[in-house]
Design a protein around this ligand. Sequence first.
Ligand SMILES: [Zn+2]
Length: 243
Amino acid sequence: MDLKMDALLLRAADYGENDRMVTLLTAERGKLGAAMKGVRKAGAKLRFASQPFCFAEYVFAEKNGRNTVTQASLHDGFYDLRTNVGAYYAAACVTEACDLFAMENMAAGPLLVCAVTALESIEQNLDAPNAPLVKFLAEAVMLAGYPLSAGDCPVCGKKISGRRFFDLRTGSFNCAECAVGVPASESTYRALRETILRIGGEEVEGEEHAEADGYVRALRLLRAYISYQTDADLPALSQYISL
Ligand SMILES: [Zn+2]
């Protein structure tokens, strides 16, 4: 039976003479593996649909539990991402995180929407992809069921000022007196606080805006948090941070 679904390409691996195996993120079935026959031939009709970050409507033929892509119609190829190495790696962090957090045979609509929105936002901010990447990772972490907060100290309840700490077990910042977890800078806290407020649809006051440096630090913190919670390496994120 044929299946038709919107999907984002997370990764592709060559096999055989001209074929590729692709891993896609779908709203209906989460992560889905499929073969794409002949797509490495020059001029192959479906070549575009086996490229990084392709977001398309894919048609699959399902046989003996295996899927083969038979058609695809493009929604967005995010081709501008290829013009900027930083933006390209930031986008690779998005698909890497989707690959980590999405499961097979589990609905993943919200994650797919977040990922496509993040790629659009990175493509529109080619020279400054940090803030959209932090926003995506924070959203993806929370969608995957890991808590993340940047409010008052959850241990003593006081407003946090000066030195602060981030508890990798609970995903929250706490004050210098309670001092649970790893040291974190104020700029990291501000960047994550602003991000979490934005995700919640709240406005951020002008003077509270986080500095660019805070977003870089927030990426390091999110990498540590995701690794702590999932035991996974995030090679694309590590590479992006070291650019
Ligand atoms: Zn405290």
